[in-house]
Design a protein around this ligand. Structure first.
Ligand code: NAD
Ligand code: UDP
Ligand code: UDP
Length: 335
C-alpha cells in the first residue's frame, strides 16, 4: 500500500528546534504524584518548556500550583483517551491511575486509558516525530515466579482478574510501544516502575506507605493485610524521577526496571513506620484483596549498566520526608 503521508521531519527541523532552541516536553498525568515531581525537575532546566495534559482524576491541580502562570509552563485539562494535537519533542506518558483502589473504581476506564490513551500518544509521537517514554509497571510481572524480577521475565498475570485492567492494560501499552517502534520507527522508552513513595501521594489512596503514615499520624492502628509476609521494594520519588529522565535522555528503548531493590515484608514496613513515627501505635492484621503479588523486588542490573542509575535514598531516610508532607496536609504537628 502506498501512503501519501509525508515522512516525519528530520531531527534538526523538529518543532521547537525549528522555532527556538528550547525542548518542548509533554507530560501526561503531570498533575499526579510522580508526574508533578517530574515536572518540578524538568522545569529546573531553563531550556525546557513543559506542557501537562491531565484530567485530574487522581492528581490535583494543586500539585502544580507553583508553575501555573510560568511562561515556560502550560496546563491542559485533557483526557488521553481523546486525541491530542500539540507540537512537542518529547512525551513522558504517565497518565493512568496507579493506586489499586482508583484503578479498580472504573476498570473499563482504566484499560481505555492504558490502551487508547497510549495509542493516541503514539499517534501524536508519530505525527510530530517525538520521542515517547511510557511509565509501565512491575505489575506486568504479575505474581512473579522468578525473584528478583529481571526485564527478560515474561510474568505471571491473571488476564481476567480485578487487577487485569491495570496490569494487562500496561502489557498492551508496552506492546503498542514496540509495534509503533518497529512499524513506524518511533523512538520509544519503557520504564517498569516499582512501588514508589514520597510527598504528594494521595493521603487516602489506599497504597501501603501512604496508609501506614496517615494511620500513624492519626493514631489509628496500622492495617497490615494478611499474611504480612508479602514483600515490596520502595523507591523514593526523587530517585524515580532521576531514573526516568536518564532513560529518556539515554540511547536504550528498555524496558528497564526502575526501583529500589531494598525489599521489606509488610510487617517490617509497619514496624519501621511505628518506630520512626509513632512508637505506641498498634499493628492490626486485616483481610487482603485478591491477586495480591506475594513478592516483588527489581533486578536493576540493566539500569545500573545502561543508565548509570541506582537509587540513593534509603527507606528510613525517605519515610521522614513523607511524614513531614503528610503532617502539613493533615494539620498534625510534631509533639
Ligand atoms: P497518580 O495517580 O498520582 O498520577 C496519575 C495521573 O494521571 C493523575 O494526575 C491522573 O489525574 C492522571 N490521569 C489518569 N487517567 C487519565 C486520563 N485518562 N487522561 C489524563 N490524565 C489521566 O499516579 P502516580 O503514582 O504518579 O503514577 C504515575 C505513573 O507511574 C502511572 O502511569 C503509573 O501506572 C506508573 N506507576 C506508578 C507506580 C507507583 O508506585 N506510584 C508504580 C508503577 C507504575
Ligand atoms: N493522534 C493524536 N494526536 C496526533 C496524532 C494522532 O491523538 O497528533 C491519535 C489519532 O486520533 C489516532 C491515534 O493517535 O486515534 C493513532 O494515530 P495513528 O496516526 O497512528 O493511527 P491512525 O489515525 O492512522 O489510525
Ligand atoms: N497493604 C497493607 N496494608 C494496607 C495497604 C496495602 O498491608 O493498608 C499491602 C498489600 O496487601 C500489598 C502491599 O501492601 O501486599 C502493597 O500494596 P499497594 O496497594 O501499596 O501496592 P501494590 O499492590 O500495587 O504493590
Amino acid at each position: 500500500k502506498t501512503t501519501s503521508k509525508p515522512p516525519p521531519l528530520p531531527s534538526p527541523l523538529r518543532f521547537s528546534k525549528f522555532y527556538q532552541s528550547n525542548m518542548r516536553i509533554l507530560v501526561t498525568g503531570g498533575a499526579g504524584f510522580i508526574g508533578s515531581h517530574l515536572v518540578d525537575k524538568l522545569m529546573e532546566n531553563e531550556k525546557n518548556e513543559v506542557i501537562v495534559a491531565d484530567n485530574y482524576f487522581t492528581g490535583p491541580k494543586d500539585n502544580l500550583r507553583k508553575w501555573i502562570g510560568h511562561p515556560r509552563f502550560e496546563l491542559i485539562r485533557h483526557d488521553v483517551t481523546q486525541p491530542l494535537l500539540v507540537e512537542v519533542d518529547q512525551i513522558y506518558h504517565l497518565a493512568c491511575p496507579a493506586s489499586p483502589i482508583f484503578y479498580k473504581y472504573n476498570p473499563v476506564k482504566t484499560i481505555k486509558t492504558n490502551v487508547i490513551g497510549t495509542l493516541n500518544m503514539l499517534g501524536l509521537a508519530k505525527r510530530v516525530g517525538a520521542r515517547i517514554l511510557l511509565t509501565s509497571t512491575s505489575e506486568v510481572y504479575g505474581d512473579p515466579l522468578i525473584h528478583p524480577q529481571p526485564e527478560t521475565y515474561w510474568g505471571n498475570v491473571n488476564p481476567i482478574g480485578v487487577r487485569s485492567c491495570y496490569d494487562e492494560g500496561k502489557r498492551v501499552a508496552e506492546t503498542l510501544m514496540f509495534d509503533y517502534h518497529r512499524q513506524h520507527g518511533i523512538e520509544i522508552r519503557i520504564a517498569r516502575i516499582f512501588n514508589t513513595y514520597g510527598p504528594r501521594m494521595n493521603i487516602d489512596d489506599g497504597r501501603v506507605v501512604s496508609n501506614f503514615i496517615a494511620q500513624a499520624l492519626r493514631g489509628e492502628p496500622l492495617t497490615v493485610q494478611k499474611p504480612g509476609t508479602q514483600t515490596r521494594s520502595f523507591c523514593y520519588v526523587s530517585d524515580m524521577v532521576d531514573g526516568l529522565i536518564r532513560l529518556m535522555e539515554g540511547e536504550h528503548t528498555g524496558p528497564i526496571n526502575i526501583g529500589n531493590p531494598g525489599e521489606f515484608t509488610m510487617v517490617e514496613l509497619a514496624e519501621t513506620v511505628k518506630e520512626l513515627i509513632k512508637p505506641d501505635v498498634e499493628i492490626n492484621m486485616v483481610e487482603n484483596t485478591p491477586d495480591d503479588p506475594r513478592q516483588r523486588k527489581p533486578d536493576i542490573t540493566k539500569a545500573k549498566e545502561l543508565l548509570g542509575w541506582e537509587p540513593k535514598v534509603k527507606l528510613r531516610d525517605g519515610l521522614p520526608l513523607m511524614e513531614e508532607d503528610f503532617r502539613l496536609r493533615l494539620g498534625i504537628s510534631k509533639e
